[in-house]
Design a protein around this ligand. Sequence first.
Ligand code: MSP
Length: 506
Amino acid sequence: MKTFYITTAIDYVNGSPHLGHAYEKVLTDVIARFRRMMGDQVYFLTGVDEHGQKVQQSARKRGIEPQQFVDEVSQEFRALCTKLDISNDDFIRTTEERHKQVVRQVLQQLFDKGEIYKAEYKGFYSTRQEQFLQDKDRNPDGSWPELYGEVTEITETNYFFKLRSYQDWLIDFLKANESFVFPRYRQKQVLEFLSEPLNDLCISRPRERLEWGIPLPFDDGFVTYVWFDALLTYYSAVVDRPGLWPADFHVIGKDILVPPHAVYWPIMLKAAGIEPPKSLLAHGWWSINGAKMSKSTGNFVEPGEFVDTYGVDALRYFMIREMSVGQDSDFSLNQFLARYNGELANNLGNLVNRTLNMTNRFSAGIIPAAATDGAPEEALRALWTKTREEVIPLCEGFQFHIALERTFAFITATNAYIELRAPWKLGKSATPEDAALLKTSLATMAEALRLGAALLTAVMPSTVRKINGVLGHEAGAVWSDELAWGARLTGRTVAATAILFPKPTT
Ligand code: MSP
């Protein structure tokens, strides 16, 4: 069995989880579930980034110790994973000993090899980004971009990692691995960044400025720079699990591709003699109502509350259907409700209701065997074959939004098939031809529903379980076997009713 190791970024715990965190977890979960369905042995890691200045400051603001603070906030991130039906195998925290041990080992090894040196640095520093800045980071008018917050000039002795000496290696690596970054156009951004000489990376912060971090193993007057610490979780989480490294995908947002994931991370690994990851997937960003999400202005969606109101699969579906992986999208309640009502309730939900109603009304709740075969059945089966053949490669290429669009086109076609056959009329007719057609239409709609639902498994796992449940069907262990059009449901008893997407109460 092929192993497939996939991670999300690890989230800062200086605030509560938001929609961006939720999206990344859901996207990664959809990929993980899809790979499992395709037969891979998947290992899925997520977690939290607990060290650094931002966390220390947030804890101070609350008047508590950083450890107590991260213990509390990490729980919210863990709870979010449960709430979003995320199928992660592990949840790592950077404050865990298993992780800190690996960070110390890697640092010591790089120090011993002469890859890390001590030097005095004078320059500009952004506390908000926990990053040293250079003149090229300035706006054309000389000011600092807003994202850096307050920028101060400091002189400090620190430890530096020899990033520059790996610049040529990284350029060659990227040229030899053209699909290292998905989407591909983002790989060009990495090469652009590398067209200028790299500076060595400052990997320490003096204790007097920052307490909350992993002390350097060779000088405990300093703690480790938060990114050097955080990136290593991907490796530390699986160091005792042979066969998983290198990771198949790190799923991250576009903001943390260059330089941390596409430059620091492969170079850190190369210098430490560890294989680089196979690929990075950089997704876009959500805005809300056309503006940047922000708790202070109220332009914010609390993902847990949203799930309480609309259901987990409605949120999962919306995010995956709306966003083309790699590009930005906007979240608005109107757009959400348009898809909720139009696609989930009135299309998929309606198909479920009709199938149950008709089967109960005209066949005592038992799905009959098809008795005839006509052009409408043939057309629907042909559409199924085409849909199935398209959807799998689309999912393999992370084009989930198009895969969902195709799947829903098949569901729409199934509803149209029902309109055409009009079982409610056939059920009132006394002719044997109509009785045969009635059986055929009931069998066909149930089978089409089962198949359409099978294609939704990775995105809406609990809804698909419910649909199978009301059809009296238990999905088998091998997903591809579920995708064959057959008479799988003949003789099954359907449920009386099912409410999958209730009218929202708010
Ligand atoms: N802690 C670092 C990552 C370290 S990985 C070794 C970090 N944390 S974060 O909490 O700021 O962001 C976590 C992830 O959420 C990132 O991949 C980021 O791109 C993503 N998102 C944050 N805001 C987002 C949106 N508005 N939309 C989509 N994803 C966004 O960066």
